[in-house]
Design a protein around this ligand. Structure first.
Ligand SMILES: *[C@@H]1O[C@H](CO)[C@@H](O)[C@H](O)[C@H]1NC(C)=O
Ligand SMILES: *[C@@H]1O[C@H](CO)[C@@H](O)[C@H](O)[C@H]1NC(C)=O
Ligand SMILES: *[C@@H]1O[C@H](CO)[C@@H](O)[C@H](O)[C@H]1NC(C)=O
Length: 975
């Protein structure tokens, strides 16, 4: 309240005194005396109450000079959040940048997002002044200063929205300043309840992710703080476009006034605000689950009290009871965001995984009467729809990964079937990446996978467009296309739900975005066939969905083991391992669509041919399996994760445990080996869920180094190759190759390692050690470390070096040459990780060093990995294409066991983004024959492990695995 006060006589309002609280009443007279002494003038006036003039006669009242301001503010508390007034009438976007030409996209197939995602318009789209001006048949009258682009019938969608992103606050490449605990911008460590923090205060506009993510068609995102606090702070909706002003502030969509103080106006609705909350394991630095919920209750009690005192204050002000008011409008800059939550002005994003936590949050929302708008990750949401329906204010939306589960206990029951089950229960489904947890560039891939697993097409597209726009309260401008919407548009090279669909162009606020510096990048070559314009067919997962529900997310993953004959009919393709890679044993001829029969006995193909070649040979009593035009192809190998060594990645108690790092501290003396070399085969665990799920996705073999959880010690030990479907280590054929390769890691200490307090020695120290080991004369005293490295030096064992930086690779190529010169040997060196390998493709090829791209679609997470070759639409080439062109043997790997089952989709992407230069057969080889060659996996195994796919080939979205043919185990496993 102002200190300048005028005394006014006002009406005495009956009953109003009842609402005055006693504490205030006793405090009032003293204040009034002081005020009377200050103020001498009095006059009469008309005071408006509820719109009616109140005759001012009786009591002398003091009315503060800023009474109108107070009343305006009080009125504004009741205004609902929403778009600025008259928003629909706008003809120019508030985000329009002067000088932007209009764009006319002609002849496009436009998925508008309207009519529940069912509307498709074949026609034109006119963008001008930052907004969509027209859609459909835009007249051909000459428009002045307009860029015209013929889409040739290609798909256009609204720009994608990632509703869970850490772009800018987990800036890439992660530098130490970014990650050191105190300065790390994802989470503050100052306590569990921090609603006053704001991601916009930490947003790094130079994050390498910005352009990358945008190149995937993502135009807006919610930038959330992390999940290590119960209330980590306020989030912001940003566009990925770099603005002329270059500031974070200018990237914010409809910035709430609260960014810069507390403006208020009763007429203009407040803009939506966003808050991040988290519950469960991640808050453990502040106690356990019970502590977390108590922390919430304390915080919301404080906010409730502030809100109640504001409401009481306003009730008195609006009743004209100024004499009962002392002090200012009750405010707290720390708690104002939570008060706004209670007023329904904040879109609350709740990180929550398990039933126990979902239930707790639903109780919390009912206790304090606030709505949680969206629950994130929500691995068990699909199992408890009724709990979610009890959320105060209605069911929340659910923001999911398509299939990134089982890496922590909380997500163990997550399921690929969750999006469909939730949609069947009428929940709004959003797919998101949690960038950089998953690469935000591939947000659409999340929707593609959800579609593959049964989410209806229109909901899959909506899950990354209209759904997040609506939940963000921004559907008046984002997420769909019709006149008046923001001109955020993506032109795709193929149907957006096809694996590998890539933007040809991205517009944000009507401005075509520069996707990289390379001129004339080709997009969509090799995708000319009409099918690329159609949505792919997908399998029917009804049975699996019901099973998953019945078993609370953990359906048994058993198979039928068939030792007798099995005849696969209706087979359209059989692919086999040949001398030059994957070859066709047969495929249907172009002329007749006759399909073949494949007879398998004891897991071995004994006859394969079209028509009658094999039909007459089907043994009596053979199991007949109709592949419906499917195929039989070599099984996939997953390389590089902790598959088979750990059940749950973030749960050390379920795995082999931590390795000693000889570079950091002495390994236990009892090992009597300076490097502490261990064998992964000794730590194998069979029947882990990740392995069984991978098996059912055609990944029947894995090569894992010891304990490759997040960061490996430099002496990473000896990898092993095993069958993912085996029962235990002693089962027939369980271990294919006890020792596959010797692993060594050379990486500059990354942020995570530094956070753990590691003092990693230099790259040159690592190479010096390697040189000594590779050139040393071995003797019995030298320990196993020396012996294994001597084997590697002699070429008796592959040496796989996990390395990102091209400079380190260059040093390694020189070292290899030196060793080979001095020892007269030929080493079998392989680079894994290898994000920058493309920079040295020619040299790597000449040196006959293999490369295992892990992951195949890279993200510049660290300094060592920063110079990736991103592929279209940023660059013509991908790393894969460049390496293959230089005759490098390339494999693909995955660092994450939970993603091993996606190998087939990774390979489909590898072909799709190659501009027609990597065939499906070559791609299949990347995760089979090429890895076998690089790792020297037993020849006897070759031809042994095959997979039968129904309704398509391994890389097709409509196919599913029906069975695994294992000659080594003498049987067929039917799923
Ligand atoms: C969209 O779906 C909702 C809920 O099923 C329905 O009420 C509405 O009529 C639908 N709108 C259109 C345009 O189909
Ligand atoms: C639109 O593109 C399709 C596909 O390229 C083409 O067949 C058709 O003629 C085009 N229509 C117009 C009006 O340009
Ligand atoms: C979902 O909504 C549809 C259409 O409004 C309704 O028929 C159906 O019963 C709802 N399903 C559930 C599980 O509530």
């Amino acid at each position: 309240m102002s200190s300048k006060v005028t005394i006014l006589p006002t009406a005495s309002l009956s009953g109003a005194g009842n609402s005055t609280n006693p504490r205030r009443r006793t405090g009032a007279p003293k204040a009034l005396l002081g005020l009377l002494a200050l103020c001498a003038v009095s006059f009469t006036c008309t005071f408006y109450r509820n719109g009616h003039p109140v005759d001012a006669r009786t009591d002398l009242q003091r009315i503060p000079l800023d009474a109108q301001e107070i009343l305006t503010r009080c009125a504004s508390l009741r205004t609902k959040s929403g778009p600025p007034l008259n928003f629909v009438d706008r003809s120019v976007s508030d985000r329009f940048e002067e000088g932007t030409p209009a764009t006319l996209i002609r002849n496009a197939t436009i998925w508008t997002g309207q009519k529940n995602g069912t509307e498709i318009i074949y026609g034109d789209l006119l963008l001008d002044k930052g907004i969509v001006k027209a859609i459909g048949q835009v007249p051909r009258t000459p428009l002045r200063d307009v860029r015209i682009l013929d889409a040739g019938g290609a798909w256009v969608t609204p720009g994608l929205i990632d509703f869970h992103s850490h772009v800018g606050v987990y800036s890439l490449p992660a530098l130490h300043g970014e990650f050191f605990f105190c300065t790390f911008n994802l989470n503050s460590n100052k306590g569990p309840i921090l609603p006053w923090l704001r991601t916009i205060d930490a947003f790094d506009t130079h994050d390498d992710s910005i352009e990358l993510v945008m190149s995937g068609g993502v135009t807006s995102m919610q930038v959330l703080p992390g999940s290590a606090n119960a209330i980590a702070g306020q989030a912001f909706m940003l566009k990925l476009r770099k603005t002329a002003e270059r500031s974070p502030t200018s990237m914010v969509i409809e910035p709430p006034p609260e960014i810069n103080g507390s403006h208020f106006s009763s007429s203009d609705p407040p803009r939506w605000r966003y808050l991040k909350q988290a519950v469960g394991e991640n808050i453990d630095r502040y106690g356990n689950r019970m502590d977390t919920i108590w922390a919430y209750r304390q915080a919301y009690e404080t906010a409730s009290q502030i809100k109640a005192s504001q409401d009481a204050y306003c009730a008195r002000a609006e009743a004209g009871l100024w004499k009962t008011i002392d002090g200012n409008f009750p405010e707290s800059s720390q708690y104002e965001a939570l008060v706004d939550v209670l007023r329904g002005r904040v879109k609350v994003s709740q990180h929550v995984y398990e039933t126990v936590d979902i239930d707790a949050i639903v109780r919390l929302s009912n206790e304090f009467k606030f709505h949680v708008d969206v629950i994130h990750h929500a691995a068990e949401a699909w199992l408890v729809p009724d709990v979610l329906r009890r959320m105060w204010g209605g069911p929340p939306a659910v923001a999911l990964f398509s299939d990134y589960y089982r890496n922590k206990r909380e997500s163990y029951r997550g399921s690929v079937h969750a999006p469909r089950v939730l949609a069947d229960n009428n929940f709004t489904v959003i797919l998101k990446t949690d960038h950089p947890a998953l690469n935000g560039r591939y947000l659409l891939y999340e929707a593609q996978e959800a579609y593959h697993y049964g989410l209806p097409l229109e909901l899959a597209l909506a899950s990354v467009t209209t759904a997040p726009a609506t939940v963000a309260g921004l559907s008046h401008r984002l997420g769909s296309l019709y006149p008046g919407m923001d001109a955020d548009v993506v032109l795709w090279d193929s149907h957006p739900l096809r694996l590998g669909s890539t933007p040809v162009a991205v517009w944000i606020d009507g401005i075509v975005q520069p996707l990289g510096e390379e001129i004339g990048v080709l997009v969509g070559k090799g995708k000319e066939a009409p099918e690329w314009r159609e949505p792919p067919n997908v399998p029917d997962w009804k049975r699996e969905r019901q099973e998953a529900l019945r078993w609370d997310g953990l359906p048994p993953l058993t198979v039928d083991q068939i030792s007798e004959a099995v005849a696969f009919t209706n087979v359209s393709t059989v692919l086999v391992r040949g001398a030059e890679g994957i070859e066709h044993l047969f495929r249907p001829s172009a002329h007749d669509h006759a399909r073949g029969v494949v007879i398998v006995h004891a897991g071995k193909i004994i006859c394969a041919g079209v028509d009658n070649t094999c039909s007459s040979l089907v043994p009596n009593g053979a199991r007949l399996i109709d592949l419906e035009g499917g195929s039989i192809a070599p099984a996939f190998i997953s390389f590089g994760s902790n598959l088979g060594l750990q059940e749950i990645a973030f749960e050390p108690s379920t795995g082999d445990g931590v390795l000693f790092d000889a570079f950091e501290k002495d390994v236990p003396r009892v090992l009597r080996d300076p490097g502490g070399i261990v064998q992964a085969a000794d730590g194998l665990e069979f029947q882990t869920r990740n392995a069984l799920i991978a098996y059912r996705a055609g990944v029947t073999v894995a090569t894992s180094p010891p304990n490759a959880i997040f960061t490996q010690p430099s002496f990473a030990g000896l990898s092993t190759t095993f069958r993912t479907g085996a029962l235990h280590a002693l089962a027939d054929g369980a271990v294919i190759q006890r020792i596959s390769a010797l692993h060594y890691v050379i990486r500059r200490p990354d942020a995570l390692m530094l956070q753990g307090g590691a003092q990693t020695p230099s790259v040159s120290t690592h190479i010096a050690v390697l040189r000594r080991l590779l050139l040393a004369e071995t003797n019995e005293q030298a320990g196993e470390t020396a012996q294994w490295f001597a084997k590697a030096a002699d070429g008796a064992l592959p040496l796989v070096i996990d390395v990102g930086s091209a400079d380190v690779m260059a040093a390694l190529l020189k070292l290899k040459d030196e060793v080979e010169q001095k020892r007269g040997t030929v080493m079998r060196m392989v680079f894994s990780g290898a994000a920058e390998a493309h920079l040295l493709a020619r040299e790597i090829g000449k040196a006959r060093v293999g490369v295992i791209l892990t992951p195949p679609r890279p993200l510049p997470k660290t300094w060592d990995d920063r110079r990736i070759l991103p592929g279209p639409p940023i660059s013509n080439d991908t790393s894969l294409v460049t390496l293959l062109a230089n005759k490098v043997i390339v494999g693909v790997g995955t660092a994450d066991a939970a993603l091993a089952a996606h190998t087939r989709f990774d390979l489909a992407w590898a072909t799709a983004e190659s501009n027609g230069r990597v065939s499906p057969e070559e791609a299949i080889g990347l995760a089979s024959v090429n890895l076998e060659r690089l790792l020297g996996i037993d020849q006897a195994f070759q031809g042994g492990e095959m997979v039968a796919w129904a309704r398509g080939g391994p890389l097709d979205m409509q196919s599913t695995v029906v069975g695994v043919l294992s000659s080594a185990q003498g049987r067929v496993d039917l799923l």
